[in-house]
Write a protein that binds this ligand. Structure first.
Ligand code: SF4
Length: 288
C-alpha cells in the first residue's frame, strides 16, 4: 500500500493562527475564557478547546445582552472576524479581548473603510449571511452586497458612480473573473480589488490532482464543514471511491486492500493531529 497526501491540505494560515492563539491564551490567562462562535467548523477542535478551558459565546447573545460575560473575562475573536457592533459591546463590557481575525479578512475591512472615506460607494460580492461578510460590511455604511453576478445584474445601481468592489475571501476565482469582466464593461468608474484567499482553491486543486492518481480518497473533515464537503465533491468527480470522515473512529478498514494507492486530504478546519491519527491507523493495519 502507498499513502499519498494532497499537496495542500488541512488548516489554512488564518485558522492555524486562531487555534494557536487559543492555546497560548489558555496557558497564560486566568479566569473565564470564551471563544466568539466556533473557532473552526470542527467538533473535535471545539471539544478540545472546551477541554483547555474555553466556552463558546454567541454573537446574538452578546447583541441581545443575554451573555454571561463580566469585566475581565477573556474573549477570543475567531478567524472570520466579527461585526463592529459586537466588538463595541465587548469593549463596553471591558473584557480582555484577543482578536484572531485573519489578516486577509482584516485587509478587506481596511480597504472598505479607506475607500468609503475617499467617497466611493462599495459593491461587495459575497454571502450576506456568512459571518465573515457580516463582519466586514458592518464597518461601512450602506454597502451594496450581492451574492453573485446574477444579483448584481438585477440591481438598479447608478453605473456611472465611483465604486470600489470587494469580495468575500473565499469567492470562486472563475466567478470573480466573470464579475470583473461585467463590471469593466458596465461600470465606468469601478475600482476592483482582488483579495480572494487562495487557501480554498489550492486545497480543491490539490484534491482533484490527488483523486486522479489514487485508488481511494479519504477526505478528513467535519460533516458540517462546507469546505470539507466541497473537497469530497471534487474528489468524487475524479474518483468515485472517495469518502468523508471526521476522525479515526469513523475509518472503516474494510474499504482498503494491500495494493492500493490511498489519497489523504483534509479541509481547512481539520487539525494535523486528526489527520495523523487516521494515517497511523491505516499504516498500523497494512504494509505501507
Ligand atoms: S481561508 Fe484564507 S482568509 Fe479565511 S481564515 Fe483561512 S487564510 Fe484567512
Amino acid at each position: 500500500m502507498e499513502i499519498i497526501r494532497a499537496e495542500k491540505m488541512g488548516f489554512c494560515f488564518g485558522v492555524k493562527k486562531a487555534v494557536e492563539t487559543c492555546y497560548k491564551v489558555a496557558k497564560t490567562t486566568n479566569g473565564k475564557k470564551y471563544i466568539l462562535g466556533m473557532v473552526v467548523h470542527n467538533k473535535d477542535v471545539v471539544k478540545e478547546m472546551e477541554n483547555i478551558g474555553f466556552k463558546v459565546v454567541e454573537e446574538k447573545d452578546i447583541l441581545q445582552e443575554k451573555d454571561n460575560l463580566e469585566k475581565g473575562d477573556t474573549v477570543i475573536i475567531r478567524a472570520h472576524g466579527t461585526t463592529y457592533e459586537v466588538i463595541k459591546k465587548l469593549r463596553d463590557k471591558e473584557v480582555n479581548l484577543y482578536d484572531a481575525t485573519c489578516v486577509f479578512v482584516d485587509r478587506i475591512k481596511e480597504i472598505l473603510i479607506e475607500r468609503q472615506e475617499e467617497g466611493d460607494e462599495i459593491i461587495f460580492i459575497g454571502d450576506k449571511n456568512h459571518p465573515e461578510v457580516k463582519g466586514i460590511v458592518s464597518f461601512g455604511k450602506n454597502i451594496n452586497v450581492f451574492k453573485n453576478l446574477e444579483e448584481l445584474k438585477g440591481s438598479s445601481l447608478n453605473t456611472s458612480k465611483n465604486y470600489s468592489v470587494l469580495t468575500q475571501t473565499t469567492l470562486n476565482k472563475e466567478k470573480f473573473l466573470e464579475i470583473k469582466e461585467y463590471l469593466q464593461k458596465h461600470y465606468s468608474n469601478a475600482q476592483i480589488f482582488d483579495r480572494i484567499c487562495g487557501a480554498t482553491s489550492e486545497r480543491q486543486d490539490a484534491t482533484k490532482k490527488l483523486a486522479k492518481i489514487t485508488d481511494i480518497v479519504i477526505v478528513i473533515g467535519d460533516l458540517n464543514s462546507s469546505n470539507s464537503k466541497k473537497l469530497l465533491e471534487v474528489a468524487l468527480a475524479s474518483n468515485p471511491n472517495s469518502y468523508l470522515i471526521q476522525n479515526e473512529n469513523e475509518l472503516d478498514l474494510s474499504i482498503f486492500h494491500e495494493n492500493m494507492r490511498v489519497g489523504i486530504t483534509a479541509g481547512a478546519s481539520t487539525p494535523e493531529e486528526i489527520i495523523k491519527k487516521i494515517e497511523n491507523k491505516i499504516r498500523g493495519n497494512f504494509n505501507v
